[in-house]
Design a binder for this molecule. Structure first.
Ligand code: 13P
Ligand code: SF4
Length: 303
């Protein structure tokens, strides 16, 4: 990292009273200049605790939206306004209304990878690291899990006493990790356990040794005694995996573990966003208010 650029970022953060939050899927050089890097749950919890008046988000839109929903008084700036998660748009309020009319005792459980409009018509949000815990604590018998079908199916397998209704949303990055390719990686590296994100398809989860969020995968590999691992999630996690475990080896499965939206974020865009304090995340106040309750409920139930 260019020391002058790092110094410029430090100056701008002080001048603008800004803090930089980044997800593990952004490039390593962006993770390096962030004040906090984490999984979606950590970042949404943290957004409620930072003291700075400006939050600069290095991640996709739904992450910045969540920060704004939870902190209406703060200015949330996105490093790139075009960085958006396609899965966040894979369910509609109309479909949610339809399921609500079919089931009386239903909870709409909304993966945080969703738009503010979808959160606004949901009962509770979840992330990949707290979904099982949160769903277990819900009183309703029926669970409409949106938008991700794969995470929904994984949670359903761990909470068998609930009845799940699934939605056909997916993450194209995790869906592209195929079971055959994982088997081939296992053949090449027989001593390496397979660590997998629950957005992967069921057949990949079935041949995995550990399933967890990005930070859970990093923690697992860091605490584990073995020295090599097959990683089934977006390649951005390799930066922290290697920082924390310089003596260990990490293998991808194929060559498509790449989220083009997360990779839109560059250091130059971070500097520009800090200078101009834009693009700002702006939400209609009625949507923000309605989306607050399910996010707040997640933070309570996940504790
Ligand atoms: P987590 O960091 O919660 O595991 O989320 C993964 C993801 O897809 C974020 O876009
Ligand atoms: Fe969305 Fe998948 Fe990219 Fe995460 S990795 S932002 S779920 S497309």
């Amino acid at each position: 990292m260019d020391e002058r650029l790092a110094e410029r970022i430090r100056q701008l953060k002080e001048e603008k009273d800004a803090v930089i939050l980044a997800h593990y899927y952004v490039d390593g050089e962006v993770q390096e200049i962030a004040d906090y890097v984490g999984d979606s749950y950590y970042l949404s919890k943290l957004a409620t605790k930072v003291k700075e008046q400006v939050i600069l988000f290095c991640g996709v839109s739904f992450m910045g939206e969540s920060a704004k929903i939870l902190n209406p008084g703060k200015k949330v700036v996105m490093a790139d306004a075009c960085a958006d998660c396609p899965m966040a748009h894979m369910v509609t309020p109309e479909r949610i209304a339809e399921v609500r009319s079919e089931y009386e005792d239903v909870a709409v459980v909304c993966y945080v990878n969703s738009t503010a409009e979808i959160k606004a018509v949901s009962d509770v949000c979840v992330t990949s690291s707290n979904a099982i815990r949160v769903v277990k604590r819900l009183a309703q018998k029926h669970i409409f899990f949106v938008p991700d079908e794969n995470l929904g199916r994984y949670v359903a397998s761990q909470v068998p006493d609930k009845h799940f209704i699934f939605n056909d949303g997916f993450c194209h990055v995790h869906k592209s990790i195929e079971a055959e390719a994982v088997k081939e990686a296992k053949r090449l590296h027989p001593d390496a356990p397979v660590l997998t994100h629950p957005e992967c398809t069921t057949d990949v989860l079935e041949i995995s040794d550990f399933i967890g969020s990005t930070s859970e995968i990093i923690d697992y590999a860091t605490k584990d005694d073995r020295t090599e691992y097959i990683i089934c999630t977006e390649m951005g996690v390799f930066f922290e995996l290697m920082q924390k475990n310089p003596g260990k080896r990490f293998y991808t499965v194929g060559h498509r573990q790449f989220c083009p939206n997360m990779k839109l974020i560059t250091i130059d865009k971070v500097v520009e966003a800090l200078e101009k304090l834009e693009p700002e995340m702006v939400l209609a106040e009625d949507v923000r208010e309605k989306a607050f309750a399910p996010l707040q409920k997640m933070l309570e139930l996940a504790e």
